[in-house]
Design a protein around this ligand. Structure first.
Ligand SMILES: Nc1ncnc2c1ncn2[C@@H]1O[C@H](COP(=O)(O)OP(=O)(O)OP(=O)(O)O)[C@@H](O)[C@H]1O
Ligand SMILES: Cc1cn([C@H]2C[C@H](O)[C@@H](COP(=O)(O)O)O2)c(=O)[nH]c1=O
Length: 214
């Protein structure tokens, strides 16, 4: 029986997901919630190993189909080992990327067949769908500029950051389409705003959701 709340954060590179999730986790913990913070690809020891293979800039010979299956394998492990047990304990699970990243990047970005992606994703997640998804929307050029500046200070710069700007633009358009198709689940926030404003908007959206659920 699932009792917790599953909130996912999506967006193009450098939108600020990591920054915002940390602030949201702190806010919710201060309100007394049990919060589990996790990410994809990753979130488990096996997922972290798959993440290294997926994102190493040395692996630029990787085919889109291989990429899809590796993201999905990491997700299958993540759902069963980490997310479902936390939800069963009643936690609020905050996840930095989930299955919508596959639709946006491997689907809209790389052009893989969307019905096939839905079927593979359904298999990997066992049908788990987020209760709420926050899209931090940003022009990819601006997001990548943030990432470049952060990587000059030691942050990761990965294989997909290296992809052409046109791919990142298709990813952004894909996200906006997914959000428009399912407005009950998605909240779109302008991530080009100052970071404190972005955090305040995201917290307001989550508080609104919690109020509706109460
Ligand atoms: N609203 C903002 N305004 C300006 N800079 C920001 C804002 N949000 C985040 N940043 C900065 O942009 C960089 C990328 O932020 P962050 O790592 O949180 O993004 P991300 O969405 O997790 O990125 P990715 O998914 O590509 O790893 C960081 O240096 C962060 O401090
Ligand atoms: C889950 C997932 C992720 N991706 C891509 C998106 C990013 O380029 C990287 C993850 O890096 P981050 O700094 O942790 O955001 O992986 C993807 O293409 N497909 C997916 O399903």
């Amino acid at each position: 029986m699932r009792r917790g709340l599953f909130i996912t954060f999506e967006g193009p590179e450098g939108a600020g997901k990591t920054t915002v999730i940390r602030a949201v986790a702190e806010h919710l913990r201060q309100r007394g919630y049990n919060v589990v913070l996790t990410r994809e690809p990753g979130g488990t020891p096996i997922g972290d190993q798959i993440r290294t293979v997926l994102l190493s800039p040395d692996n630029n010979a990787m085919h889109p189909e291989t990429e899809l299956l590796l993201f999905s394998a990491a997700r299958a492990q993540h759902v069963r080992e980490r997310i479902l047990p936390a939800l069963e304990e009643g936690a609020i699970v905050l996840c930095d990327r989930f299955a919508d990243s596959t639709l946006a990047y491997q689907g809209y970005g790389r052009g893989l067949d969307l019905p096939a992606l839905h079927a593979i994703t359904q298999f990997a997640t066992g049908g788990l769908t987020p209760d709420l998804t926050i899209l931090l929307d940003i022009d990819p050029a601006q997001g990548l500029a943030r990432r470049r500046a952060a990587s000059a200070q030691g942050a990761e710069w990965n294989r997909i950051d290296n992809d052409e700007l046109a791919l990142h633009q298709r990813v952004r358009e894909g996200y906006l389409r997914l959000a428009a198709e399912n407005p009950e689940r998605w909240v779109v926030v302008d991530a080009s705003a100052p970071v404190d404003d972005v955090i305040a908007q995201v917290i307001a959206a989550i508080e609104e959701h919690l109020k509706k659920k109460a």
